[in-house]
Design a protein around this ligand. Sequence first.
Ligand SMILES: [Fe+2]
Length: 306
Amino acid sequence: MSINRIDHAAIRVKDLGEALEWYEGVLDLIVLDRNADRALLTCGGDEADITLINGGQAVESFAFGVDHGDDLDAIMSRLNNSGVEYSRYKDADRPGHGEILGFDLPSGHHMEFVVADGARTAGVTNFTSDGSARPTDIDHINILGDLNPREFAEFMKMVLGFKLSIALTIAGNWAGSWLRASKLDHDIAYMQAIHPGDRLHHIAFAMEDGNHYFRLSDRLVENGHRWEWGPGRHMAGGTYGTTKGFGTNTFAYVLDPTGNRNEFSGGMDEMDDDASVVNDTSPEKLPEFMNGWSYGIPETFLSTGT
Ligand SMILES: [Fe+2]
């Protein structure tokens, strides 16, 4: 069974026109198609990376790519063994996707696995910028829920074969889990929601390198926006002073007009098959784990989701 990275996310926005001023107008994503109810956008190519759905907020569904249809068969057999209900379907409104296998996670989120329609492989992240500010691809997702992060991680490991990269515990209690299906540091993260009902912390896009962050930072300020936090470098997996290894990717966060958080992420390292870190911290030490480049975490980052 070969599971790749995230290939698509459907995000709800309170006003589609306003959201497009951000995703198309500022981030420079390319609109593949638009009607009154939804818009399909890509960072490049013919397949949709993001569907913006008019009305509401947070995440409607997200899809990980697999290589072939028999990978969907293998996941179905794992879901059967665990008594998880699923359905297999095609969606004419999903450019780039052939067969889709969809089911609900124990956190309530609707997850899918998809096979690419056409020559590409679904869920392989492109990190090569064309020299513009536009992010190169969808990169990962960080969801929120009321379920304990340890239980979420167990499901992803036991049922879907994901590997736990980092468990962040605060005074022994699980606050979040970061998991991978690919070799890269993390493909999905889950944190306990501070506000019950919150479902999304951020959807992340891929960045090529530091110069790419410079270009996007300038594009934000030229359009009257500022980062919520960053650019910075996470230090989640190791001790301070480590720029390689678990949880050391670069980041910058900003809120879309609905309040859905976007991350721009780069520089994840590849991990050994069975490698994992459990890091116990305290609220006082959390800022040091979360950013190696400067002090403090914005209050909104810890308290606000959608
Ligand atoms: Fe992230």
